[in-house]
Unconditional design. Structure first.
Length: 348
């Protein structure tokens, strides 16, 4: 058994409470809220944990008071209190972890030393030196929760982009949208629309349509796992006609994503290597446990052969939609002599 020896100062617990329902909250998140002296959070998030905070000091803040929440947490921790600073989803994904560390670092905070020692009864005691301890308690973010509600859209590469330009310049957001769309990521759009920010989602759609088929599947999940949950399956071309707000997460599929029986699925790519019906054997030219014939080594060989046959670097760059200098380096670097790329590394 491990116990903790208290420090003279308090503790800040950055708690991700998940999408909103009690069943999706981790056991550690519940325990952290229960053991805290003070609960701090956005009004809506406080309501989601109402059954855990009776008899505790509760500090409610509005939507745009993130720094105030972090400052309050630091002040209470300096008083020796255990503080649960709650975020919906995961505290480190568009949550309170970042602002809290910014406030802590500006205040000169450094993590206290922590070590373990054996007590007389043989148990292990976790000893925290004087100072404010910070613990980050993860939770299921909206991207995970919403994906679970609509099927399996994230089984290949994906990213999340917030459309909120309250703190991020729009050109930065637009560049990220364009790059993600061009690279064929499945994309989750956070903070897609509000009462004042109505055009950001329209601009995002415009950028995606430069690179994606208008029929690309899109799922819009509003208030996932909460009382007013609503799920809409639509397409990239029609998504802006749907009801989208601050409580919505928009999932945009990649070029292989499909919807069947109301489920949005992104294939992992097994069909590129295996016969997925019948014999389940590997396709011609492929080997189980080895990179695709169009994987790194195979692709490098193809590029070198094409260049040797007369294809220019610019032509190859355009064909593969990759930078010309990267194509040049690929052609010029030595081939992997007798080696084959595998999922575990390079094997002779």
């Amino acid at each position: 058994m491990t116990t903790t020896s208290p420090s003279r100062n308090g503790k800040i617990m950055l708690v991700g409470i998940g999408p909103g329902d009690a069943g999706s909250m981790t056991a550690r998140a519940r325990a952290a809220i229960q053991e805290a002296d003070t609960i701090i959070g956005y009004v809506t998030y406080i309501k989601l944990v109402a059954d855990l905070i009776e008899g505790k000091e509760v500090i409610r803040k509005s939507m745009t008071e993130e720094l105030d929440r972090a400052i309050e947490a630091l002040e209470r921790a300096r008083e020796g209190k255990k503080v649960a600073l709650v975020s919906s989803g995961d505290a480190g994904v568009y949550g309170m972890a970042g602002p809290t560390f910014e406030v802590l670092f500006q205040a000169g905070w450094t993590p206290p030393e922590v070590h373990e020692e054996e007590a007389e009864d043989g148990s292990i005691r976790r000893v925290v030196a004087d100072g404010i301890e910070v613990e980050i308690i993860p939770g299921a973010s909206a991207i995970n929760a919403c994906a679970a509600l609509v099927g399996a859209p994230l089984t290949h590469d994906f990213c999340a982009i917030s459309l909120s330009d309250l703190l991020t310049p729009w050109p930065t957001i637009a560049r990220r949208l364009d790059a993600a769309a061009a690279a064929d990521f499945v994309v989750a759009l956070y903070n897609p629309k509000s009462g004042r920010r109505t055009q950001q989602i329209v601009q995002a759609q415009r950028l995606f349509l430069r690179h994606r088929d208008p029929a690309t599947p899109v799922a819009i999940v509003k208030s996932g796992y909460r009382r007013r949950q609503n799920i809409v399956h639509t397409t990239l071309a029609e998504m802006t006609d749907c009801d989208i707000g601050m409580l919505s997460t928009v999932l945009i599929g990649n070029s292989n994503t499909f919807v069947r029986h109301g489920l949005m699925v992104t294939p992992r790519g097994y069909a590129n290597k295996y016969e997925v019906e019948g014999s389940k054997s590997t396709r011609d030219g492929e080997k189980a446990g080895r990179s695709l014939s169009t994987g790194l080594a195979g692709w490098q060989e193809t590029v070198r052969e094409a260049h040797a046959s007369g294809s220019s670097i610019d032509t190859l760059a355009a064909e593969y939609r990759l930078p010309a200098d990267y194509i040049r380096m690929t052609i010029e670097e030595p081939a992997l002599d007798g080696a084959e790329i595998t999922e575990e590394g390079i094997e002779a």
